[in-house]
Design a protein around this ligand. Structure first.
Ligand SMILES: Cc1cc2nc3c(=O)[nH]c(=O)nc-3n(C[C@H](O)[C@H](O)[C@H](O)COP(=O)(O)O)c2cc1C
Length: 208
């Protein structure tokens, strides 16, 4: 017999102590996004509604829930840098999510070092072992079923430059676990760290 299921329609509420949505769609990779305002102020913030969407060209995107400084900066100058959030950088990543006013340099706020990028004017994060220099391709306001905007914006960009710390390349192959990336779980505080023990391998089946 099938197990009894908890069912809910999100529009009517979940009927649980905590909304499980983020805990189910998780852990999610974190887009730790650096931007620069038109006034030249550096901005850094984590976005876990983040992922990669295409190989060639490489496209990544994140969702801004509401209009935030990162979104505004990318609207204004079309550039951003994605940085890998790792276990040693977890506290700094968290510090960078403070809702600081637009004139506050969030690299300085989080005790982090901006390093000049190669292609875009936005700096990368010196402490992070991997960074993607990106140029905006699309900004799309998300819509609900009724076709109305929900006040969240999907920001997509093409990766035009990739920086990888050499120690993460083993015989030229990128070692995901060696970077100890952190991912966002559900609830107010859950994160996951990826280590070598999380790895298993499975090849795609051939057909027939
Ligand atoms: C791990 C983590 C993930 C987050 N993910 C998102 C997200 O996907 N979308 C969003 O709008 N805010 C997200 N936030 C909150 C933003 O980081 C926060 O609102 C920040 O102040 C935005 O900065 P900005 O205004 O400089 O862009 C997240 C925060 C943390 C700590």
């Amino acid at each position: 017999m099938a197990e009894e299921m908890h069912f809910y329609e999100p529009a009517q509420g979940h009927g649980l102590p905590h909304d499980p949505f983020n805990a189910i769609v998780g852990p999610r990779p974190i887009g730790w996004i650096a931007t620069r305002s038109s006034a030249g102020v550096l901005n850094l913030a984590p976005y876990s509604f983040f992922n990669a969407f295409n190989y060639t060209p490489p496209l990544i995107g994140f969702s801004s829930i509401g209009r935030k400084d990162t979104l505004r900066n990318i609207e204004e100058n079309g550039e951003f840098v994605w940085n890998l959030a790792t276990r040693p950088l977890a506290d700094a990543m968290n510090a960078s999510c403070a809702p600081a006013p637009p004139d506050v340099d969030e690299f300085a706020l989080a005790g982090l070092t901006p390093l000049a990028s190669r292609i875009v004017a936005v700096p990368r994060l010196a402490e992070s072992p991997v960074s993607f220099e990106c140029r905006r391709t699309q900004i799309i306001e998300l819509q609900g079923l009724n076709g109305e905007g929900v006040g969240s914006w999907l920001v997509l960009g093409e990766v035009v430059g990739v920086h990888i710390a050499r120690h993460l390349l083993r015989d030229g192959v990128y070692d995901t676990a060696a970077a100890a990336p952190i991912l966002r779980g559900g609830g107010p505080a859950d994160y996951f760290e990826i280590g070598p023990e999380s790895l298993f391998r499975m090849r795609r089946p051939s057909y027939p």
